[in-house]
Design a binder for this molecule. Structure first.
Ligand SMILES: C[S@@+](CC[C@H](N)C(=O)[O-])C[C@H]1O[C@@H](n2cnc3c(N)ncnc32)[C@H](O)[C@@H]1O
Length: 275
C-alpha cells in the first residue's frame, strides 16, 4: 500500500537529517517515554529471545538492538537511513555486541533468504514506512515457521493526526480527543523528546507519518499469512505515575502504544498463494 506523499528514499532522507540529533538525545536518556515506559513494557511483551536469530526492522541508531543483543539474541539490524546505520555501526565498534547492521528497507528484505530468522522485532518503526503491505509480506518471507513478528507502534486509534488533550486549570488531562482517524494522507510531524532541551535550544525531529486504521494494520498482517497471537496496550503503573506525573494521562484515559505478536504458522497459505 504505497501511498502518494513520500517515497522510501524521501523517508530515508528525513531520517538521515534526524539521525545525529536523535542518537545524541537517545543516548543521553532524553527519550523519557522510551526510558520510563515503552522500553520496559515492550521488552516484557517480547519475552526471552536468547539464542534466537533475530532481525530488528527499523533499528535506527541501534538502541533497542543493543538491548536485545545484551539479552542473548543473535541480531541483525536494518534501517532505511544510511546515517542511522553508520551511527549504529560506530557504537558496535566502540562496544562490540556481535550485531550486524545493514541499510535496507523493511519493505524490501531481498538481502536475506527466505526463512532466515526465528523472530523479527520492530520498535516504533513500522508506522514510519510508506509500504506496510510490503513490510508484512517481506517479514513473513524471512521468518522461519513458527517464527514471530513482534512490533510496537503508536496506537492508531488514539495517536491520530487530529488528537489533542483537554486539561483542567491545574494542567491535569481530563480527556483525550481524537479526530481524523480515517484520514490516510501522509504528513510530516515535528516533535522533540520529553526530556530534551527547551525548544529554543534544539530543533525538532521531522518525521514522515503514514496514518493507518487499526483494521488496515490487522488485516494487512492477516492477508500476508500471519496469525495474530497477542495484542498489548501498555498502561503505566500507579507507582510509575507517582514518579513521573506526566505519564498519568496514559494511565487514566488511553493507550499511547500498540504491541502486536503475530506468528508465521508452520503450514502457511496466504491470500497471495502458498507461502
Ligand atoms: C522512531 S525511529 C525508531 C528507531 C529504533 N527502532 C529505536 O527504537 O530507536 C523509526 C526508524 O524507522 C526507520 N524507517 C522508516 N522507514 C523505514 C523502512 N521502510 N525500512 C527500514 N527502516 C525504516 C527510520 O529511519 C527510523 O530510524
Amino acid at each position: 500500500m504505497n501511498r502518494s506523499g513520500f517515497s522510501e528514499g524521501e523517508v530515508a532522507r528525513y531520517w538521515d537529517q534526524n539521525a545525529d540529533l536523535w542518537a545524541d538525545h537517545v543516548r543521553r536518556g532524553w527519550d523519557y517515554y522510551r526510558e520510563h515506559f515503552n522500553s520496559p513494557a515492550f521488552l516484557q511483551f517480547i519475552g526471552d529471545l536468547s539464542g534466537k536469530t533475530v532481525l530488528d526492522a527499523g533499528c535506527g541508531e541501534g538502541y533497542s538492538t543493543r538491548l536485545l543483543a545484551r539479552r542473548g539474541a543473535r541480531i541483525v539490524g536494518v534501517d532505511v537511513s544510511q546515517r542511522m546505520i553508520e551511527l549504529a555501526q560506530q557504537e558496535e565498534q566502540r562496544e562490540p555486541l556481535g550485531i550486524r547492521y545493514q541499510v535496507a528497507s523493511f519493505s524490501d528484505l531481498s538481502l536475506f533468504d527466505d526463512a532466515s530468522f526465528d523472530t523479527v522485532v520492530s520498535f516504533m518503526a513500522l508506522m514510519d514506512g510508506p509500504d506496510f503491505q510490503g513490510a508484512a509480506r517481506e517479514i513473513f518471507r524471512v521468518l522461519r515457521p513458527p517464527g514471530e513478528l513482534i512490533f510496537s507502534i503508536t496506537h492508531p486509534c488514539f495517536m491520530t493526526r487530529g488528537y489533542g488533550w483537554v486539561e483542567d486549570e491545574n494542567g491535569y488531562a481530563t480527556k483525550l480527543t481524537v479526530a481524523d482517524y480515517f484520514v490516510d494522507q501522509p504528513y510530516v510531524e515535528h516533535w522533540r523528546f520529553k526530556g530534551g532541551p527547551a525548544p529554543k535550544d534544539a530543533r525538532p525531529f521531522a518525521v514522515p507519518v503514514f496514518p493507518r486504521t487499526l483494521s488496515e494494520c490487522v488485516n494487512t498482517l492477516i492477508r500476508a499469512g500471519f496469525v495474530l497471537e497477542e495484542i498489548g496496550e501498555p498502561r503505566p503503573s500507579g507507582d510509575a505515575c507517582e514518579e513521573h506525573p506526566w505519564l498519568r494521562r496514559w494511565r487514566d484515559h488511553a493507550t499511547l502504544f500498540l504491541y502486536v505478536r503475530a506468528v508465521k504458522p508452520v503450514a502457511s497459505i496466504t491470500s497471495e498463494g502458498q507461502a
